[in-house]
Every structure is written in C-alpha cells, then in structure tokens.
Design a protein around this ligand. Structure first.
Ligand SMILES: [Zn+2]
Length: 309
C-alpha cells in the first residue's frame, strides 16, 4: 500500500459509522476517535523520496544542508512529515512548495509554517488558495505563501537544484510541476492521478484541453524521469515513468472525443455523462462522489459547450 488518501479515509469512517447500527439495543456507543493514519517515508534516489499519509503524496529532498517538502497533506500527517524530515536533515526544513491550492495539499501548511524559512506557490495557486479559503471561512487554519512565481522558479539546496514550472491551467488554474534536477524526479501534484478518474476543478480554473498539453509537454521534456503522482488507485504506485503521463493524456483525449461526438449527435448532457465506462479505460477507478467518470464527462461537456473557452 503506497498511500492512503483523504477519500479512502472518509469512506472508512463512513463504514465504521454504519457498523454502529449493528450494536444491540441499549448498548453504549463507543466514543472512539478514528485510528491514527499510517504514515510512511520512502526513498526514491539521490536524497529525494515520498511521504504517504492522508491526502496528496508529499515529495521531499533531505540533504545535510536542509530539507525541502513538496505539498503538505493535512495538519496531522504534516506533523509526522515535519518530524521525520527534521530527523533526516538536522539543519531543518528550508522550504515548503505547494503544487496547487487544494486542501489535501495545503491543509498541513500550518504544521510546516513555524519550522520553514519560506512557503512557495505559483502565483495563481496563491490567489486561489486565498480566495477559496476566504470563501470557506478557513483562513485561520491556513499558512499562505510568502514567495510566489509566474512561469518558473528555482533554488539550490545542497547539491540539488529544485525547479518549479507553470504550464497553464490543468487540474486547477494554478498547478506547478516541481523538478529535482539532479535526481531526475518530477512531482506532478494532481496533474497525475494514476488510474483514478481525476478531479477537474473548473471553479478553480481547470482546463482539460490544456491538461492534455501539459502531460504531453512534461513527458517529452523529462522522458527518463521518475514521476511522483498526487493520487493513485488503491494498490497502485504513486510514482511511475513518463508513459503513465501519456496514459492519462490518452484517457482525457478519449473523454473529450467521446463527449464531442455525443454533442454532435445531438445527445443530451444526461445521456453523454451517464456513460458507465470509457472504452479502453475501464481500469480507472472511482472514489467518493468527486472522482468519477460522470464528474470527468460533466467537466468535458461544460468545457466543450462553454462560450468563453
Ligand atoms: Zn487537487
């Protein structure tokens, strides 16, 4: 098991809840907190690795000169990540970078804030992070970026050079691709869902058309790299080669073609988005209410029929 994600956590809590209905009449409901999430550090190569807990996969670099984290999950698992990185790198954590604004990647920022010198985000990510957390009244639970970049950013830590690149809208309007140059490892954030129906955050500025471009460009540019994925279907890896990016590109291309054909044939949105499977991509799993084929096809339909895109 490589990772435990927020939605899996939620469904196990729901399952635990339904078990309560089987208690004999009059029995006391046990007031037990959910079990702590299992967390795990794994080495990839050249002082770069991944941390799995709850939420999007965290990438890290730990050199004798200090550590860097990419994404922050939620406060509880972020705390475990901070403690582990402090042990790996006695000079402490220099930097936290967020790939995008979603709560399962930025919620743990507050656990990093007291110990890092800087939190870096792409500028659109920073804007979305402020906007959505203001709207949701969670500002006091956030730690925002103190440094932002437009097209690209880089910093040297020990003998590693870390880069951030912005390729335009994809999973949200502000996704950064983070590259550990010497290790040849690329953190995709949620631009990569391994065999899961992806979330397409249209209110946050997502674009399937450009997401397809991003996957193609990044796979070409880093053809021999190891990639870190935001999420994966249970039992599958949260890391993999460039061919996995091209698989997701082909999935999106198939979803857009299927939707476009339905529109041309005069089918209703309900008919189009009601498809049970996407041919050739039946192995993609759903998770919860958000990561579903219907969600993907609805986004595709909206994007293809929007007058402004
Ligand atoms: Zn996300």
């Amino acid at each position: 098991m490589f990772t435990r994600r927020q939605f899996i956590y939620s469904s196990s809590v729901a399952a635990a809840g339904s078990a309560l209905f089987r208690l004999p009449a009059g029995a006391q409901t046990p007031a037990q907190p959910p079990p702590p999430t299992v967390t795990k550090f794994e080495d990839l190569r050249r002082n770069v690795g991944i941390f799995s807990g709850r939420g999007g996969t965290i990438g890290w670099l730990a050199t004798p000169d200090g550590a860097v984290a990419v994404d922050a999950q939620f406060p509880d698992t972020a705390k475990a990540c901070v403690e582990g990185l402090q042990q790996k790198s006695p000079k402490g954590i220099q930097l936290l970078i967020n790939t995008h604004y979603h709560g399962d990647h930025t919620g743990g920022n507050i656990a990093f804030r007291p110990v890092v010198k800087s939190i870096v985000q792409q500028e659109r990510c920073a804007k979305l992070h402020k906007e959505f957390t203001t709207k949701n009244n969670t500002v006091e639970n956030q730690a925002y970026a103190d440094a932002t970049f437009g097209e690209s950013w880089s910093a040297t830590h020990g003998d590693e050079k870390v880069w951030g690149y912005y390729y335009g809208p994809g999973h949200t309007g502000g996704d950064a691709v983070i590259v550990f140059e010497k290790a040849n490892i690329v953190h995709m954030g949620d631009l990569m869902f391994n065999r899961l129906h992806p979330r397409i955050d249209r209110p946050g500025g997502a674009s399937i058309k450009n997401w397809i471009n991003i996957l193609e460009r990044v796979a070409k540019k880093h053809r021999d790299a190891t990639f870190i994925f935001g999420h994966a279907k249970p039992g599958l890896a949260v890391t993999g080669p460039a061919s996995e990016l091209l698989h997701l590109r082909d999935y999106f291309t198939a979803a857009m073609d299927y939707t476009q054909k339905g529109i041309k044939a005069g089918q209703s949105q309900e008919q189009i988005t009601g498809a049970e499977t996407l041919p050739k991509f039946e192995d993609h799993a759903s998770s919860g209410q958000i990561l579903t084929l219907k969600g993907v096809l609805t986004s595709a339909y909206e994007e293809l029929t929007s007058k402004t895109e």
